[in-house]
Design a protein around this ligand. Structure first.
Ligand code: TRP
Length: 367
């Protein structure tokens, strides 16, 4: 079977913090489904510590500490190292080499136009502080990640679409110049809008640690309750239960859109059969915010409690977690080294792959 025919997934995360509900609903849940679908020949997940360093160069400790948090989150949600290769970016030197070669295929003008990078530059204040070259170029390194694994399917959030665009351009240019070598990848993004972009509990566009509006997969039930009861916005005009309620900007319903399944009604709120019925009652008036929040808390507990239990098990056995990471990284090293060898061959810079060039040089000198 040729590389193109295989179905290979690569995706990844920057290890800058523990993973939260936004990660779960936007990608982790789907990764587990893809893993268990049996439809893919290979699933690779990259802990992108090098990418994380591009804007944390002064704080490698943060990255080092969060590698374990991210792996624990992966294992807790049901990613299975028997089926999914989990690996660490910095330990894959082929990715560095590929990045260096791909940088020649991308202009600074093109990188400047990347909307995600643009937004991140603003967010991090790099406009005033000065922009690190590594950060500016990280989309190129992401192209190296994706192509090194020969991935054709890349499950990511919407914000990563520009990276995929950029990767596809690099692949096309590489193949045009050096001959058909790299696999052209496609992004796979969540269908449900709320799953694509889960806001923070306070309704701010993004869950972020500094805003304190996150619910982490490893949070205790008490803290989940506290976030929802204490910080989650509903409808400020919905003062009495009888008042008609509004759904727009109401985070309880936003979260229900992302997490609710019909079967949860039978279990926790049997007066409704589905979310539409519940919304209808809320809009009409007569359904209190307390009941809605309680329902949401029950759903989140149903999702989070097995994750927490799994995490506890792994936390008690970090030696095994280390072994999983090591084995995954070693396997990924082989895969990515093979791609690098192919790339160097295509670029005709594979001088030491064999001694063929000796003859070539001799011929050249005879002329
Ligand atoms: N940029 C991605 C993010 O911030 C993380 C990432 C790094 C990634 N390398 C990748 C995602 C390769 C998909 C494929 O979430």
């Amino acid at each position: 079977m040729s590389k193109e025919e295989k179905k290979i997934i690569l995706t990844g995360d920057r290890p800058t913090g523990r993973l939260h509900l936004g990660h779960y609903v936007g990608s982790l849940e789907r990764r587990v489904e893809l893993q268990n679908s049996g439809e893919y020949d290979e699933i690779n997940i990259l802990i992108a510590d090098d990418q994380a360093l591009t804007d944390n160069a002064d704080n490698p400790r943060k990255i080092r500490d969060n590698i374990i948090n991210v792996v624990l989150d992966y294992l807790s949600v049901g990613l299975d190292p028997e089926k999914t290769t989990i690996c660490v970016q910095s330990a894959l030197p082929a990715l560095h080499a590929l990045t260096f070669y791909y940088m020649n295929l991308v202009t600074t003008a093109r990188l400047t136009r990347n909307p995600t990078v643009k937004a991140e530059i603003q967010l991090r204040g790099f406009e005033d502080e000065g922009l690190p070259v590594g950060f500016f170029a990280y989309p190129v390194s992401q192209a190296a990640d994706i192509t090194a694994f020969n991935a054709n399917v890349v499950p990511v959030g919407e914000d990563q679409l520009p990276m995929l665009e950029q990767t596809r351009e690099i692949v096309e240019k590489f193949n045009r110049i050096y001959g058909e070598t790299l696999v052209l990848p496609k992004a796979m993004i969540p269908e449900n809008e709320m799953q694509r972009r889960l806001p923070g509990v306070d309704g701010k566009a993004k869950m972020s640690k500094s805003l304190g509006n996150c619910i982490y997969l490893s949070d205790t039930s008490a803290s989940v309750k506290k976030q929802i009861n204490g910080r989650m916005y509903t409808d400020p005009q919905h003062l009495r239960i009888e008042d008609p309620g509004h759904l727009e900007g109401n985070m309880v319903f936003t979260y229900l859109d992302a997490f609710c399944k019909d079967e949860y009604f039978a279990e926790f709120l049997p007066q409704y059969a589905c979310l539409d019925e519940m919304k209808e009652h809320y809009t009409r008036g007569g359904l209190g915010d307390g009941t809605c929040k309680k329902f949401l808390i029950s759903i989140l507990e149903e999702i989070l409690s097995p994750i927490r239990a799994e995490r506890q098990k792994w936390e008690a056995d970090i030696d095994s977690v280390y072994d999983i990471l090591l084995a995954g990284t070693e396997k990924a090293r082989e895969t990515t080294n093979r791609t690098l060898a192919r790339v160097e061959q295509a670029m005709r810079i594979d001088y030491f792959a064999n001694r063929e060039i000796v003859k070539e040089w001799e011929e050249l000198l005879k002329k």
